[in-house]
Design a protein around this ligand. Structure first.
Ligand SMILES: Cc1cc2nc3c(=O)[nH]c(=O)nc-3n(C[C@H](O)[C@H](O)[C@H](O)COP(=O)(O)OP(=O)(O)OC[C@H]3O[C@@H](n4cnc5c(N)ncnc54)[C@H](O)[C@@H]3O)c2cc1C
Length: 528
């Protein structure tokens, strides 16, 4: 793999040259009906601004470094806000040290030292947080900050083929997990869009959502047991397929966002690699009917692996269609049996709501179907984050946000959110684009995922982004949605999360934090 960009999404070599960016800029300007966009270049790594470190590496803690580049590379996640600051060469919140523990004993030593020395510790997986989860915005009262990178605790240590489970180190990246499981004919089948650069520990800490639309797509459902090192010692849960013994201990770790402990490994549920796949894309003229069809599909008991409804703008943005139709992409897969009959019933449901299906594609492991709308969609899905790097260099604000809401409230939420975001554009005196797709669907509601693109005001892009974020978050909260379906809370979503969670739950969570991390050194300001 090539070198990762020090400021943007993914590999540095994938950042287009000036002429390619200028060409894209012309297309974007035409799409948004704006004048030509100014092209800027990122600040080189050598010129990035980073504060003087407050801490020196100490012996006895394993591999700990104060290296400038390591500090820069552990400063931010990969939100729009992170990209802009990194692009400008502003690494003000850089941690003082970066630690790479090789085992739990080293994690324990670092936490012991940090608790005594009042040093904040920020667990770091792949650094793809989009909610400020790895940024050292920790307030006052700390002697410094250590970013604790789990990259050295990264192997598939055991596979239990009989129970279909594997014991995996928390720092392992998505592709490495799949590569290690493949010889066993197994897959974790957890594919968030950030799969390439995010880790098992990060997924567990943020309750990540995978690419599949129904059933086992959240990491929550795939964790069988987990080990987490806390300043008070090891928090280890038992391997069990299920248990009704009180509140679930795993559920305390899932979504803990580095604030309760350092996840070191987990037994996860794996499965045979699917070999039967069937898919179809269906066009709809009316959005309401497309939503109704998707709801019926979600409530049908068919459990498609994909049931992604793209509104017309989203479909055009991703080059799936350009004729103003809304597109529902439906797919089924199995390692055990052909799934064509499930697809047939899904097509019937779509037709009952005015859908016009393309020819279905049926594939087994050894065959490859012809290119279809669903394949265009998949390619665009994986490549999309790279576009954000280019947008930043053009002064265009391009970002996404997501929620979940019950079906009875969806239409109101959809129109309220789009209106709020457009009003925020108008307040900037700008016109932009807002699109929506469903990333996941449940019998009781969808998870709508919004994307927007708008030219920022020069030098004020971060203020503009904050205003749009606030407008969208407030509209979601007022319309009965959650502030996040799978992006987590971090620091960015904290104001809404505080009002969303039950008051007593907030108190109970603070008590848990006090019990596991009495010195309050773990990721201060994140989640709590
Ligand atoms: C382009 C893009 C696409 C994305 N797509 C998706 C998506 O499809 N689905 C989705 O759910 N999310 C998505 N995300 C968000 C992000 O990738 C997820 O939140 C992911 O789970 C973070 O994993 P990570 O290893 O990068 O964790 P990091 O970003 O390093 O950390 C995230 C949080 O978890 C904590 N943490 C990390 N590792 C540990 C550990 N071992 N122990 C304790 N705490 C830890 C950190 O302190 C931080 O609070 C996307 C992000 C980007 C930039």
């Amino acid at each position: 793999m090539g070198e990762r960009s020090h400021w943007g999404w993914g590999l540095a070599e994938r950042f287009p040259d000036r002429s390619a960016r200028a060409a894209l800029g012309a297309q974007v300007a035409a799409m948004l009906g704006t004048s030509e966009l100014e092209l800027l270049d990122p600040t080189p790594l050598a010129d990035a601004a980073i504060p003087k470190a407050r801490l020196e590496p100490r012996s006895g803690l394993g591999e700990v470094t104060g290296d400038r580049e390591a500090r820069i590379r552990h400063t931010y996640g990969r939100s729009y806000r992170d990209l802009v600051r990194g692009f400008r060469g502003d690494f003000a919140p850089a941690p003082d040290l970066v630690a790479y523990p090789r085992n739990e004993a080293e994690v324990e030593r670092i936490l012991d030292w940090a608790s005594d020395a009042r040093v904040a510790v920020i667990p770091f997986g792949g650094g793809t947080s989009v909610v400020g989860g790895v940024e050292a915005a920790i307030g006052h009262g700390f002697a410094g900050v250590v970013s604790l990178d789990l990259a050295r605790i990264a192997s598939v240590a055991e596979v239990d083929a009989r129970s279909l489970a594997a014991r995996i180190g928390a720092g392992m990246l998505g592709p490495a997990i799949e590569t290690a499981l493949k010889p066993h004919g197994l897959t974790l089948r957890h594919f968030p869009q950030s799969f390439e650069f995010s880790t098992l520990g990060g997924w567990i800490a943020t309750r990540a959502g995978g690419h599949f639309a129904t059933l086992y797509t959240h990491i929550d459902d795939l964790v069988e047991s987990v080990r987490m090192v806390t300043p008070r010692g090891l928090f280890e849960t038992r391997r069990l397929p299920a248990s009704g013994a009180g509140p679930s201990p795993e559920r305390l770790v899932l979504g803990s966002e580095g604030a309760l402990g350092v996840i070191t490994e987990a037994w996860v549920r794996v499965r045979p690699r699917p070999c039967f796949r069937s898919s179809v894309s269906v066009r709809f003229r009316e959005y309401e009917r497309a939503v109704a069809a998707t709801r019926m599909l979600a409530q049908s008991g068919l459990h498609p692996s994909n049931a992604r409804l793209l509104d017309a703008r989203e479909a055009a943005l991703n080059f799936v269609t350009g004729d103003g139709s809304h597109v529902l992409i439906v797919a089924f897969e199995s390692a055990d049996h052909e799934v064509g009959s499930s697809l047939d019933r899904a097509i019937e449901i779509a037709r009952e709501h005015g859908g016009e299906p393309e020819a279905p594609v049926h594939r087994t492991e050894s065959t490859r179907g012809s290119a279809s709308a669903s394949e265009s969609w998949r390619k665009a899905f994986v490549d999309a984050p790279y576009l954000q790097n280019t947008m930043v260099s053009l002064g265009v604000i391009a970002d996404t946000f997501e929620t979940a809401v019950t079906w009875d409230r969806f239409e109101t939420l959809h129109s309220n959110v789009i209106r709020a975001v457009k009003d925020a554009f108008a307040a900037m005196d700008r016109k932009g684009l807002v699109t929506c797709r469903f990333t996941h669907v449940y019998p009781d509601g969808p998870a709508p995922y919004f994307t927007y693109v708008v030219p920022g005001r020069k030098g004020r892009e971060l203020d503009d982004w904050t205003a749009i974020k606030r407008a969208a978050g407030d509209a979601i909260a007022a319309s009965g949605g959650t502030i996040t379906h799978h992006h987590a809370v971090g620091r960015t979503h904290l104001p809404w999360y505080r009002t969303e969670r039950p008051t007593l739950f907030g108190e109970a969570l603070r008590a848990v934090k006090q019990s596991l991390d009495p010195a309050g050194i773990l990721n201060p300001g994140c989640l709590l």
